[in-house]
Design a binder for this molecule. Structure first.
Ligand code: PLP
Length: 225
C-alpha cells in the first residue's frame, strides 16, 4: 500500500509539474468503497487521510469508529445520495460531492440545520448527458447553483464522471468551464485511469480507487459509468 500510494503521489506531482501547477493544489482522495479493513488500515498507516465512499451505510460502519482515532480524517461522499439518507450523510461526511437535484439541495439544507453541521458541497454534473447516470444536466446547473447558494449550502465546486466510452478530456474541460462561469474553485475529476489527464485540465481533487487498493471484486460498477 505504501508503495502504491507513493507511486500515485509521484505521478500526481509529475502531472502538476507538466501542467505548471503546484502539487499542493491537488488532493488525492483514496476511494475506499468495498475495501476490507486491513486495506483501510494500511492506507491510514501510510499517512493517507482523505477518503471517498459511495454508500452512506457502508461508510458509517467503516468510519465512525476511526474518526475518534484519526481526528484529521476527511471523508467525502462520491456516490448518489437519497434524500432519506441526507441526515446521516451530513453527520458523517466532511464533503458531499454528489448534489444533483433541487430536492436533495433542500434535504441537505434542512439536515445541516438540524444537525448543526454543514458539510462542504460539490455539484455532480452529468457532462455526457447520459440518461442512466447521476448528475445534473449542464443546462440545469445554473439554477441548482443559485438554489444551493440561496439555501446557504457551502458550495465549493463541481464533480463529474465522464462516459466510459469517450475521451475524458473534453468532459474535464467542460467541467472546468462551468466551474469558472459560476465562480467555483473545487474540481473533483479523474479516477485511476485518467487522473493525470484530469490534472492537466485543472482537477483539484482526484478520486483514485483501484490504482491504490487493487481491483475491487464487489460490484461497484454502476457508479463508474
Ligand atoms: C469507484 C469510484 C472511483 C474510483 O474508481 P477507480 O477507477 O477504481 O479509481 C472514483 N469516483 C467514483 C465516483 C467512484 O464511484
Amino acid at each position: 500500500m505504501a508503495e502504491r500510494l507513493e507511486t500515485v503521489r509521484r505521478r500526481i506531482g509529475r502531472a502538476c509539474r507538466i501542467a505548471g501547477r503546484e502539487p499542493g493544489g491537488v488532493t488525492l482522495t483514496a476511494v475506499s468503497k468495498t475495501q476490507p479493513d486491513p486495506a483501510i488500515e494500511a492506507a491510514l498507516t501510510a499517512g493517507q487521510r482523505v477518503f471517498g465512499e459511495n454508500r452512506v451505510q457502508e461508510a458509517q460502519a467503516r468510519w465512525f469508529g476511526r474518526r475518534a482515532v484519526h481526528p484529521d480524517l476527511e471523508l467525502r461522499l462520491i456516490g448518489p445520495l437519497q434524500t432519506n439518507k441526507a441526515a446521516d450523510a451530513v453527520v458523517l461526511f466532511d464533503v458531499i460531492e454528489t448534489l444533483d437535484r433541487p430536492k436533495l439541495a433542500a434535504a441537505l439544507a434542512a439536515a445541516s440545520e438540524k444537525a448543526g453541521r454543514s458539510p462542504r458541497v460539490l455539484i455532480q454534473v452529468n457532462t455526457g448527458a447520459e440518461p442512466q447516470k447521476a448528475g445534473v444536466d449542464p443546462g440545469e446547473l445554473a439554477a441548482l447553483v443559485t438554489q444551493a447558494r440561496t439555501l446557504g449550502l457551502r458550495l465549493e465546486g463541481l464533480m463529474c464522471i465522464p462516459p466510459a466510452d469517450e475521451a475524458a478530456g473534453p468532459h474535464f474541460a467542460l467541467l472546468r468551464k462551468l466551474a469558472r462561469r459560476h465562480g467555483l474553485t473545487a474540481l473533483s475529476m479523474g479516477m485511476s485511469g485518467d487522473y493525470e489527464t484530469a490534472i492537466r485540465f485543472g482537477a483539484t481533487h482526484v478520486r483514485v480507487g483501484s490504482a491504490l487498493f487493487g481491483e475491487r471484486n464487489a460490484p461497484a460498477a454502476p457508479f463508474r459509468g
